[in-house]
Design a protein around this ligand. Structure first.
Ligand SMILES: Nc1ncnc2c1ncn2[C@@H]1O[C@H](COP(=O)(O)OP(=O)(O)O)[C@@H](O)[C@H]1O
Ligand SMILES: [Mg+2]
Length: 251
């Protein structure tokens, strides 16, 4: 991989005495869809949160779209780069986190307007395109409380995309949804993946999605990537007993 879009080297994260990430290295090239899976508590959320410095890594180097931040350097030297790196990472959480007092359209426009590099007409046009892409254009004027969880999550995806991030990070985006609403969110994510324009890291237990959409799967275990490979490799011939045991339990 000559020029990865996302490069992680020696990522460590501790909370006090608890070592949650114990040395993660990862290269992701443009257009890849990487599914991160593993038991609860294995460090998946912490990994995503360290990528965009929602959590401060204890040690390690993170590079996204050419912007590099070394956790070892003093904060004052990194503040600007952390801000730039964050703007390259769109994040979608388990809880939808929309602003309740704003309409759907205003939720999607808020981020780009705050950056002030595009005119509000441009931002609005782009926001409506994105809402159309996620099937929510007809709800542009609604407030989030009037929407189902699946609809809110689709708006949250449009809101993250509105910043034109280099990579989209999804942290169990369907885990809080009623079962009948999961498929509409996965369908949006699948379309994003198939456009080949969006590089995605997806923490999920939806193994059907992983099998069909992932270019690569990474099994997290006790804060390391214990095993990785294509979906075919993972589902047909995982090498590590922990990986096999996990997959048998979730499929
Ligand atoms: N802010 C925090 N403070 C202390 N411990 C934390 C914090 N966030 C996560 N942890 C701990 O780190 C471990 C990994 O958590 P997490 O990354 O959320 O795992 P996963 O997403 O794989 O379930 C867990 O033991 C969790 O309790
Ligand atoms: Mg988690």
């Amino acid at each position: 991989m000559s020029n990865p879009l996302v490069k992680v080297r020696g990522l460590h994260k501790s909370f006090g005495d608890l070592e949650v990430l114990r040395g993660i290295d990862m290269d992701i090239s443009s257009g890849e869809v990487v599914v991160v899976f593993g038991r609860s508590g294995s460090g998946k959320s912490t990994f995503l949160r360290c990528l965009n410095f929602l959590e401060e890594p204890t040690q390690g180097v993170i590079q996204v779209a050419g912007i590099e931040v070394d956790a070892g350097l003093p904060t004052r030297h990194r503040r600007k780069d952390i801000r730039r790196l964050r703007s390259q990472c769109g994040m979608v959480f388990q809880q939808f986190n929309l602003f309740p007092h704003m309409t759907v359209l205003d939720n999607v426009m808020e981020g780009p307007l705050r950056v002030k590099s595009r005119s509000s007409a441009e931002v609005r046009t782009h926001a409506m395109e994105l809402l159309n892409d996620v099937g929510m254009a007809d709800k542009a004027g609604e407030h989030p409380i009037r929407l189902s969880g699946g609809q809110q999550q689709r708006v949250a995806i449009a809101r993250a995309l509105a910043m034109r991030p280099a990579v989209m990070l999804f942290d169990e985006p369907t885990s809080a949804l009623d079962p009948e609403l999961i498929h509409e969110v996965l369908a949006v994510m699948r379309r994003l993946a198939e456009s080949h324009e969006t590089t995605m890291i997806v923490v999920t237990h939806e193994m059907g999605f992983a099998r069909e959409v992932a270019t690569r799967m990474c099994f997290f275990h006790d804060g390391v990537v214990l095993e990785e490979g294509t979906p075919d490799q993972m589902f047909a011939r995982a090498q590590q007993p922990e990986t096999r045991r996990f997959l048998e339990a979730v499929i």
